[in-house]
Design a protein. Structure first.
Length: 286
């Protein structure tokens, strides 16, 4: 995509192509469909993916294209020098919002879940071990994988994620999701539990009945993952979930396309593009 995230391929030993603004998922869809032998990754940012590219993003996810989308979220436009983005918090003062943004921000995880992506996760740029494990799982997944990566922009939005990135704060505010395990954090002091109204709330472990503590299930009902995506306010300046929210299986877009082509070829033959173009009424322009 376009933006600071688009420079990613310059820093790794791989093949890459710099697409036009917001359209990386469409290019990746074509590549992954035509070349199922390739591992296709999209690197994008909060502006590129969720502004001009929002429509392409959700359709790639709902189709379950076999691509892995890394969305670097720094809550600001970096390449164009510090304007607010679709994930900037309300009241954000930037060059394009001198009196504060009045826009309500996107929740990228909730958006991906709503588009029915089959793999949805979040990690943090400076947590090498956690990020590596999330990326390994995404690489092994068959279908659309969406990974939001909280990334610090030290030029235009420095410190936006310090409550999670910095060790002295992260140990208390990172809610690490592990499949099949109770969601307990803050060195065992706090947990995510089911409140009296059925909503998920953060409570003290000592004051919570064991059967009220939520056990994470990546493959369960999507409403659980969606609720976990909303456990923190936007910022984040309070406890926030990281890890794999959801991983499920359903038919992969490229495989369905190839199966359809095979069936059509068996029924109708291989076809002739030149013959098709010359069929019906034609004109010679000289």
């Amino acid at each position: 995509g376009i933006g600071c995230s688009g420079r990613f391929t310059y820093y790794v030993n791989t093949y890459g192509v710099h697409g036009i603004h917001g359209r990386a998922p469409t290019m990746a869809t074509g590549i992954a469909t035509a070349r199922p032998d390739l591992s296709v990754w999209v690197v994008t940012g909060d502006g590129d993916a969720l502004s001009i590219g929002g429509n392409h993003l959700i359709h790639a996810l709902r189709r379950n294209v076999n691509i892995k989308i890394l969305m670097f979220n720094n809550q600001i436009y970096g390449l164009t020098k510090g304007q607010y983005s679709p994930t900037s918090e309300e009241g954000k003062v930037t060059k394009s919002t001198p009196f504060g943004s009045v826009d309500h921000p996107f929740n990228p995880i909730a958006l991906a879940l709503g588009a029915e992506a089959t793999f949805v996760a979040r990690s943090i740029d400076n947590d090498r071990q956690h990020l590596t494990e999330v990326l390994r799982r995404a690489a092994a997944h068959r279908g659309s994988a969406f990974i939001e990566i909280y990334q610090n922009c030290n030029v235009f939005n420095d410190g936006a994620f310090d409550m999670l990135r910095e060790k002295e704060h992260g140990i208390h505010n990172q809610i690490r999701l592990r499949h099949g395990e109770p969601i307990i954090f803050d060195e065992g002091r706090r947990c995510v539990s089911v409140g009296e109204n059925g909503r998920l709330v953060i409570t003290e472990v000592a004051n919570t009945l064991r059967d009220r503590i939520v056990v994470h299930d990546e493959r369960g009902r999507p409403s659980l993952a969606f609720a976990l995506a909303h456990t923190a306010g936007h910022g984040p300046t309070e406890p926030t979930c990281i890890g794999v929210f959801r991983e499920v299986e359903r038919p992969v877009y490229g495989e369905a396309i190839q199966a359809q082509i095979k069936l059509a070829t068996e029924r109708l033959g291989p076809g002739d593009l030149g013959k098709l173009l010359r069929s019906g009424d034609t004109w010679t322009v000289s």
